[in-house]
Design a protein around this ligand. Sequence first.
Ligand code: GLN
Length: 544
Amino acid sequence: MSKYIFVTGGVVSSVGKGIAVASIGTLLKSRQITVSVQKLDPYLNVDPGTMSPYQHGEVFVTQDGAETDLDLGNYERFIDISLTADSNVTSGQIYNTVIGRERRGDFLGGTIQVVPHVTNEIKSRFRRLAEQSKADVVLVEVGGTVGDIEGQPFLEAIRQMRKDVGRENVLYVHVTLLPYLRTTQELKTKPTQHSVNELRRMGIQPDIIICRSDEPMPESLRDKISLFCDVEREAVIPLPTISTVYEVPIFLEDVGLGKLIVDKLGIQALPADMTGWRDMVASLKEPREAVNIALVGKYVELKDAYYSVREALQHAAMFHKRRLNIMWIPSEALEKEGGENLLRMAQGIIVPGGFGVRGIEGMIKAANYARRSKVPYLGLCLGMQVMVIEFARDVLKQPRANSSEFDPETPCPVIDLMPGQRSVTDKGKTMRLGNYACCLPVGTHAAQAYGEDLVYERHRHRYELNNEYRRKLEEAGLVFSGLSPDGELVEVCEIAGHPWMVACQFHPEFGSRPHRPHPLFRDFIGMAKDVLREGAQPSLPLNA
Ligand code: GLN
């Protein structure tokens, strides 16, 4: 039977609870304990698929096509597992299911209530994940902070679990913030005391408290929190802000969290082997030459909108022993006169995914610049569509070429809906989502990167390259280097004669791992790192 670790948040959100949960997973996995993870989101949306990136950050897509919270990306990257739709539960899904059952007559005669009907549905999701994953430990992160109105049924459900599966099989971890007061130069524990009180009011006594703080936590605060919050001293775990998130698992291991968890859950585990993580972090800290990558997107003010893209670039830069420097460029800025100057120092240009017409012309300019200046380019989903539009405009001499998403009246819809999709009017879960197969003909940059001729990649889009233009585009020098097995859908394309201009209709960023950069990102950075831009000094060999 699986054991459960429930992680709640106190004081404020955005203190890195997701990273803490992902890191706990790493500590368990490094002891050969199998783990699965679930994120509970209190909002009423069924999934974040219809939310603006400004509201929610990136939408992470699982292999089975669920649109989920970006924390799932951290779980996958840190624990190196592939999660499914069962790993993201929202209040919207829970209520949807309960009300659907009520309408079907499942509870005929009964009054439907939060306790027990909603809480039972929540608990059934924990058990379902445990049964399906057969993991030794199921880690559950409760989104938001203790005290949120929507979060109450989740807290009640996790409280009941201790009674349902036995005390020895459940652990409650509370991640909280110790704010720093500049005037008195100290970290304050009072908000933590309050949030633990709030948790206790719900019947949950935390076993472990992880204290996030911007400054190192003095030992005396450990005693204070231990006394006021009634946890053992060694169960008060400091977690100061550190330079890279990949260092968090190592920090937590070194302060004893891994051992504490296995002891408390009574798991007989092997000693932790964190060698891979330690090597990675040590090498990250070495001084390194930068690689400058321009990320041209619509939502760059909110970096979380491109979370997995940023991480995938980071993994590839680590592989090539470079320091990643992302130049965040709002695509609209490129639309202005002389906007191209913003790309002058870029050794590589990346255009990630996106929806809607705003900023599209700037992205097209970026693709044009990359093609003409022979700067390495990686297009992701929308980034591929933009590359095709630019090629049709400039090489096929079709100045109004576009996607019908951005210009429904375009005379040259090189990107268009598939015939069967036109009647779909709902927005939620109506895209091509999740893993699809892609065949890679030999002799292309894509095939060379993957070293395989059949791969599976995650999708999240509606529009496709329009087959009516395929022959013309191909004759003009666009190479279709990835196709669906039936040959009907273009999955990857690249520009013939360009050093490395490759774009894909899918989202390779979701599959990248710290120790295993995605092949397309790896080769993109591999090319970019040797590009010399204006003002950059070539590093001369010492004996020259
Ligand atoms: N908006 C485009 C489409 O729906 C691209 C989507 C994306 O980049 N994820 O096809």
